[in-house]
Design a protein around this ligand. Structure first.
Ligand code: DX5
Ligand code: ZN
Length: 222
């Protein structure tokens, strides 16, 4: 899994389907869905119903829904997102004492299993399960909101995470990713680049998607 993953958190929800179609047509093959519960992070966002609504178009285009659970006790929600059509679920290492169990549930549901770390959590927090991950997510802002500035010292952490998981899994960066930050993240070892405001906040999301992809050194699929 390589590429820029537009985050629908920054999309216009009054025309969500059309916005997703636009980035799929531009070559996006991973659509990032930010789920927030009002506890792990202050805001409330969306749930399985949104994944269910987007899944037919995303799958018809050969794409995948990358669900980022910023929720406490994510193990309680795996089944609902799997049934809704998620292709991968990423949980936070800070969100449950049962990280191993939750990852196992995700894999047993047939999905790609991801583990995320907040900016204040050391990379080594993923070490015990590093060999069981399909994806490791390095938060490059504090989770909860789009449009925040990239935390520069994340680059060293991206490199440590890449070293921990080896070459196989995706290393994803999320927060403040745009033309200026995608390249340095790629050089540090990232392969999946979440882009919210830099894509959907742009006048022309398709053009912005192409620009961020070029900066990341990844080829759009279409
Ligand atoms: C933040 C979310 C991000 C968010 C990124 O908690 O996990 O996925 O959409 O937004 P930008 O790309 O605007 O920083
Ligand atoms: Zn996210």
């Amino acid at each position: 899994m390589r590429g820029v993953a537009p985050s629908i958190l920054s999309a216009d929800f009054a025309r969500l389907g059309a916005q997703v179609d636009e980035v799929l047509a531009a070559g996006a093959r991973v659509i990032h869905v930010d789920v927030m519960d009002g506890h792990f992070v202050p805001p409330l966002t969306m749930g399985p119903i949104v994944v269910d609504a987007l899944a037919p178009a995303v799958h018809a285009a050969g794409g995948a829904l990358d669900v980022h659970l910023m929720v406490e006790r994510p193990e309680h929600h795996v089944e609902a997102f799997a049934s809704a059509g998620a292709d991968g679920i990423t949980i936070h290492v800070e969100a449950t004492p049962h990280v191993h169990y939750a990852l196992q549930q995700i894999r047993e549901a047939g999905l790609r299993a991801g583990l995320a770390v907040n900016p204040g959590t050391p990379a080594e927090a993923i070490a015990a399960v590093a060999h069981e991950l399909d994806l490791a997510l390095c938060m490059t802002v504090n989770p909860g909101w789009g449009g925040q500035p990239f935390i520069e010292h994340s680059l060293a952490k991206v490199a440590r995470i890449r070293a921990l998981v080896g070459d196989g899994p995706a290393v994803e960066v999320d927060g403040g990713i745009g033309v200026a930050t995608a390249g340095p993240c790629a050089r540090a070892g990232a392969t999946l680049f979440v882009a919210g405001s830099s894509v959907f906040g742009a006048e022309d999301p398709a053009a912005a998607f192409a620009e961020v992809s070029a900066a990341a050194g990844v080829e759009p699929s279409a």
